[in-house]
Ligand binder design. Sequence first.
Ligand SMILES: *[C@@H]1O[C@H](CO)[C@@H](O)[C@H](O)[C@H]1NC(C)=O
Ligand SMILES: *[C@@H]1O[C@H](CO)[C@@H](O)[C@H](O)[C@H]1NC(C)=O
Ligand SMILES: *[C@@H]1O[C@H](CO)[C@@H](O)[C@H](O)[C@H]1NC(C)=O
Ligand SMILES: *[C@@H]1O[C@H](CO)[C@@H](O)[C@H](O)[C@H]1NC(C)=O
Length: 389
Amino acid sequence: MKGAIPLSTAFVSLLASILGSNATPLSARGPQTVNPYLDADQYVSPVYTDQVVAAAATIRANGNNALADKALLLAEVPTFLWIDRIAAVTSIGGYLLDARTKQAQSARKQVVNIEVYNLPDRDCSAKASSGELDISQAGLARYEAYIKAIGSQIESYPDVTIVIGLETDSVGNLVSNQSVPKCANAAEAHINGSAFAVAWLSQYANVSIYLDGAHAAWLGWPDNLGPTADILAEIVNRAKVINPAATVRGVATNVSNYNGLGTSTNFGYDELDYVRNLAPLLTARGLPAHFIVDQGRSGQQDYPRSGGDWCNNKQAGFGPRPSSITPDPLIDAIVWVKPGGQGDGTSDETAERFDEACGSETSLKPAPEAGAWFQEYFEQLLENANPPF
Ligand SMILES: *[C@@H]1O[C@H](CO)[C@@H](O)[C@H](O)[C@H]1NC(C)=O
Ligand SMILES: *[C@@H]1O[C@H](CO)[C@@H](O)[C@H](O)[C@H]1NC(C)=O
Ligand SMILES: *[C@@H]1O[C@H](CO)[C@@H](O)[C@H](O)[C@H]1NC(C)=O
Ligand SMILES: *[C@@H]1O[C@H](CO)[C@@H](O)[C@H](O)[C@H]1NC(C)=O
């Protein structure tokens, strides 16, 4: 690749031993030292735009033209592309080509936000988002193949800036849910899978990786901050064993949760406190202290909420819009990782992926499977949006 640092022979042979002799690894890239969101537009997911346009049509058909008009404004809000299964990987190249075209037309850099979310035995402390890969069925090897396939899609687009949010909830489960047998059993595979993703994907130009830091109400407590920084450092250190030039840009917080950013005085419910408390612990471990914070569903803060109220919360509203203007230089950007309106999990008690949190009093019901469009929830987020649309 152009402008790339040559590979050390040791690195090539190490990768070859891991990947098989016919692997042709790409070059190792330098550290991710620049905020990728500066002087850039975040790419609008066409998937979300299509969902929003259909949702607005439904609202209009039900006679609420004012709400339908507001709904259409969501079609322009950038959200992350969720590459949450192997079959979704081949879609990446099309988005990158589209972003390249937009970039040429507007003469402004596009940042394509991708959530990589397919660890084996994923979502191990809950059920709603369990995935397709199973540790007992070669899940880690299949995960590595999935990461390499993502790399093959990215390889041809070094001129498009890509942000990768890595494996939401995985670090939260590693830090605080090891009493759940599925999480304890998955711990090594989750650290190694994440390390492989960092090692492999940091080879590409203009890719910035943010590890997952869960959110304030999960890991923001004094007892959890140190262990969180330790796990994040462990992932990067293991990545460096695979690829000595492996690096990350920082940490993503509040993904798919509801916490505010400098708007709550309630400790544990504000991402700004969390980011500021975690930053020095990352620095002390040699990790970069840069953050992106998901504010997609943080519009409403003045309602009681416990850490367990994560599923289709019935008081939530759309929050502050994606922007590289943030309340603290530690934060690279406000982002919307979770596309608001895609469900968090089914409320059908007979479904295989039913999680009690999705049947609770704090959840809007009836709710479809995680990721499926949830029209009533979209309308709720829109009506509760703050700032309003
Ligand atoms: C990274 O992207 C920027 C702008 O989008 C571009 O100027 C630069 O050449 C890219 N880097 C590589 C190695 O292509
Ligand atoms: C996982 O950890 C969180 C935060 O400590 C806790 O609230 C939750 O109950 C745990 N989940 C399980 C299934 O133990
Ligand atoms: C994880 O990687 C370490 C080396 O960093 C290795 O010793 C261990 O066996 C791996 N575990 C799994 C479950 O892959
Ligand atoms: C992130 O933080 C905000 C709190 O302001 C919260 O409402 C939002 O739901 C969180 N998660 C997402 C996906 O926005």
